[in-house]
Design a protein around this ligand. Structure first.
Ligand code: SF4
Length: 285
């Protein structure tokens, strides 16, 4: 299989030049190189990111706004043999879906969550999200955002995620490598992907191109305190020139959700249930 084999016939409606194309390409290459297309299920939320559902020829579920993670979790519990990958946006995941995000980190469900973080609600023309920088003026806040952005990497680590990374949509080889490591990680793997929106958050493109750097081998990703310190190097703001690390910040091994429930250890999902629908619907006649 080649990455092109994962293409669909859907017309692509992303803006020409949108970094989402880089994420799509990296995802295709990672899935092909891992040879997991047949057993992969993808889940998306709502937003520009979610169109990836239409452009990847994989099984999956186009979800509701902010609800990628409960759907992905349900799919994984329903069939643990599947490789489950969620795609969310920053508004989708860190606003509407924040409670799901925190608890997924805690549960250490064995799935991957990738967040296309462009720091605005881009599909609806640029309202601010929890990762929008202070001072940003957009469609919903012409006088400027008053709050500081959250740092989703720190949040994920403090909540218990066992794999925490940041990628850059315009560095496809590096992003593909991160995706492969996340998907093969046993536990909840999270990648915050910087994806500058060239329509509604234009200033981030040049800034990120100038400042993104790859975390080198000397970083000890198993050390939580070092990982937190690395994540604090950039606070998602643009006031001053600050280097922006990308790579794996934190990775550890701890029991995944399913392994801690005796009911889920048996191959219960393979039981051939003979459902009699007429018995069930008969109750309501
Ligand atoms: Fe990409 Fe922004 Fe256009 Fe959406 S609005 S497709 S994120 S450039």
């Amino acid at each position: 299989m080649k990455p092109e084999d994962l293409a669909t016939k859907e017309k692509n409606t992303w803006c020409p030049g949108c970094p989402n194309f880089g994420i799509l390409q990296a995802a295709k290459e990672a899935i092909v190189e891992l040879n997991i297309a047949e057993k992969t299920a993808i889940v998306t939320g709502i937003g520009c990111h979610a169109k990836i559902y239409d452009y990847l020829n994989l099984k999956g579920f186009y979800g509701l706004h902010g609800r990628v993670l409960p759907i992905a979790f349900g799919i994984k519990l329903g069939n643990p043999d599947l490789t489950v990958i969620g795609f969310g946006g920053d508004g989708d995941t860190y606003a509407e879906g924040m409670e799901h995000f925190i608890h997924s980190c805690r549960y250490n469900a064995d799935l991957t969550m990738m967040v296309n973080n462009n720091q605005v609600f881009s599909l609806t023309t640029g309202q601010f999200t929890p990762t929008t920088e202070k001072g940003f003026k957009g469609a919903s806040n012409p006088l400027g955002v008053n709050e500081n952005p959250i740092n989703p990497l720190i949040l994920a680590m403090e909540a218990g995620a066992s794999f925490v990374a940041r990628g850059y949509a315009l560095d496809i080889p590096h992003l593909k490598d991160l995706m492969k490591k996340a998907v093969t990680h046993n536990g909840f793997a999270f990648i915050d992907i910087l994806q500058p929106c060239i329509m509604y958050h234009k200033h981030s493109s040049a800034y990120l191109n100038n400042n993104v750097y790859k975390i080198d081998q000397s970083h000890q990703a198993s050390d939580l305190n070092r990982a937190l310190a690395k994540a604090r190097e950039w606070d998602y703001s643009y006031e001053k020139e600050t280097k922006v690390p990308v790579g794996i910040f934190y990775q550890t091994m701890r029991p995944v959700f399913q392994s801690q429930w005796s009911q889920l250890k048996k191959p219960w999902y393979k039981i051939d249930r003979k459902t009699n629908l007429s018995n069930i619907t008969g109750e309501f006649k």
